[in-house]
Design a protein around this ligand. Structure first.
Ligand SMILES: *C/C=C(C)/C=C/C=C(C)/C=C/C1=C(C)CCCC1(C)C
Length: 265
């Protein structure tokens, strides 16, 4: 038995279930064919597949890490799983109608952003005891950010005020991790790898997340033609998801693995 040494089959089970879920009929049913010059559509396809592969990877790799890191890998896998399913739908909308799949995009974010905040909370908790208020303030900031963005993109509120509200939500999150209670958590006592996870978290929320408002700007505020702005918006959002969901998950995975393997002398 190849599984003999691992003890738990759960990761294999989760991996298999997610792959079945992802290859459900909806995925294959579309009669519309991706065109060779539809580069935005191609990016939706590529990222869908990368998200499926990442999901399997994060779930399977749970086996390699110490118990305290397992939840982090589970959460990374859930982020890419939820995003993969939404990418299938977004891809469909884009390939069939060449229009921006705003609703699916925001439903995805509404689930994955709080999951990423859970991930941040887990990183902080690996360093010291973190008051739960930190978690709820980050969630609150994210909600304001996403509701603002959605109202603007879906056309309920004009693009500029909605953008301002979204930016305020994000600014609140940045305040919390750079100057608020979350920033007081000292990384001094933590091992090197956890320290780098802590600073990674700050970089992700500052630089990685900044890619999204840039996409919004080109989509709604820059004044280019409707076709062009839809192309640019979706390319930028798709790229941002690769950075913030897959690459971020891989860095967490790297920290978890190096923290778990016995030190070689
Ligand atoms: C996996 C998805 C993630 C990490 C999505 C993050 C989304 C944002 C950081 C969105 C930010 C926005 C603003 C800061 C201003 C208003 C427009 C938004 C919603 C695009």
């Amino acid at each position: 038995m190849i599984f003999k040494k691992t003890g738990s089959k759960l990761p294999y089970f989760l991996g298999t279930i997610s792959l079945f879920a992802l290859s459900s009929s909806e995925v294959w049913a579309s009669p519309v064919v991706l065109k060779s010059d539809d580069f935005v559509g191609i990016s939706f396809w590529l990222i869908s597949m990368a998200l499926v592969a990442s999901t399997a990877f994060f779930f399977l790799e749970r086996d390699r890490v110490k118990p305290k890191w397992k939840t982090s890998l589970t959460v990374s896998g859930l982020v890419t799983l939820v995003a993969a399913v939404h990418y299938f739908y977004m891809r469909e909308v884009w390939v069939m109608t060449s229009s921006t799949p705003t609703v699916y995009r925001y439903i995805d974010w509404l689930i994955t952003v709080p999951l990423l905040i859970v991930e941040f909370y887990l990183i902080l908790s690996a360093i010291s005891k973190v008051p739960v208020g930190v978690f709820w303030r980050l969630i609150l900031g994210a909600l304001v950010m996403l509701v603002g963005g959605y109202l603007g993109e879906a056309g309920y509120v004009s693009a500029v005020p909605a953008f301002v509200v979204g930016m305020l939500g994000w600014a609140f999150i940045l305040y919390e991790i750079f100057a608020g209670e979350a920033s007081q958590i000292s990384a001094n006592k933590a091992p090197e790898s956890v320290k780098s996870a802590f600073s990674l978290m700050r970089w992700i929320v500052t630089i990685g997340w900044a890619i999204y408002p840039v996409g919004y700007y080109f989509g709604y505020l820059s004044g280019v033609s409707a076709t062009e702005s839809a192309n640019v918006l979706n390319i930028i959002y798709n790229f941002a998801d690769v950075v913030n969901k897959i690459a971020f998950g891989l860095v967490i995975w790297h920290v978890a693995v190096s923290e778990s393997e016995p030190v070689q002398h």
